[in-house]
Design a protein around this ligand. Structure first.
Ligand SMILES: Nc1ncnc2c1ncn2[C@@H]1O[C@H](COP(=O)(O)OP(=O)(O)O)[C@@H](O)[C@H]1O
Ligand SMILES: [Mg+2]
Length: 259
């Protein structure tokens, strides 16, 4: 077992309290793609940020998250830096928001690798070229010298994925990574993720509101509804014999749209 989330509850203390997660438990096994599906506001991103221990300071957290047996809420600052910069990589929903608009893609990639502890210039340039090749971006100078606004949404997301895999993470968390893309680009990115899982020794948490993507990608699925886990099931059983009423509802809407 790579990751174990155990009775995780998260309460935001904004103007009013929001119970974003309520007693959430599930595991991620080595090498699998775990899909997390739920509608908007069900707590998916909260879960992603919990795993990186990146929730706002004043948030009330109960329960535990173990990564390779270590509780991530009791890591030292140094261990946390390694966890976030190297061990677990995240692809966010809005990749363009993760880039600084006034710095070139290449510069930001270099900085990212330096932050992850890689200082050697030749090594940095090798890793960037190699990562670009893996995500099928031209390894030449054009994209490296571009600024974020000069790239398409699909290219930006490929750069984001290249950065995420460049540090050889054990776990990749993709939080609705295709929701800002056209469907044709979406399916290219999904195929890319499937290919990377085969090539690299990678476990993936794929977060989405889209059951169609779950069907293509996931090995197992966690269904989230209003901060609660409704069902954990293998992908095949989820689609053929769902256990929970909410899952059945989701599936009936999905089949309606599909037909
Ligand atoms: N920083 C925050 N402060 C207060 N409430 C938040 C914060 N982030 C998210 N929420 C609330 O927590 C709930 C879950 O949000 P989120 O995890 O973003 O869901 P999802 O990613 O599934 O759309 C929502 O009700 C949302 O409004
Ligand atoms: Mg979200």
């Amino acid at each position: 077992m790579l990751l174990n989330v155990n009775k995780l509850s998260v309460k935001y203390r904004a103007r009013k309290f929001v119970e974003a997660l309520k007693g959430v438990s599930f595991n991620v096994e080595e090498g699998e793609i775990l899909g997390i599906v739920g509608e908007s506001g069900s707590g998916k991103s909260t879960l992603a940020y919990s795993i990186l221990n990146l929730l706002p300071q004043e948030t009330e957290i109960r329960g535990e998250i173990f990564f390779e047996g270590k509780n991530i809420f009791s890591l030292s600052p140094k261990e946390l830096k390694i966890l976030r910069g190297k061990t677990i990589a995240m692809i966010p929903q809005e990749p363009s928001a993760s880039f600084n608009p006034v710095l070139s893609i290449g510069y930001q990639f270099q900085e990212f690798l330096r932050e992850a502890g890689i200082k050697d210039k030749d090594k940095i340039s090798y890793i960037i070229k190699d990562s670009f090749k893996r995500v099928m971006l031209e390894p030449g100078e054009r994209i490296i010298n571009s600024y974020p606004h000069q790239l398409s949404g699909g290219q930006i997301q490929r750069v984001m994925i290249a950065m995420a895999i460049s540090v050889k993470p054990k776990l990749l968390i993709a939080d609705e990574p295709t929701s800002s893309l056209d469907v044709t680009i979406e399916s290219q990115i999904v195929n890319l993720i499937l290919q990377l899982r085969k090539e690299l020794d990678l476990s993936i948490i794929f977060i989405t509101h889209n059951l169609g993507l779950i069907k293509v990608l996931a090995d197992r699925v966690v269904v989230l509804y209003r901060g609660e886990v409704k069902e954990v099931n293998s992908k095949d059983y989820l689609f053929t014999s769902p256990k929970d009423d909410y899952t059945k509802l989701l599936l009936s809407v999905y089949h309606e749209m599909d037909s």
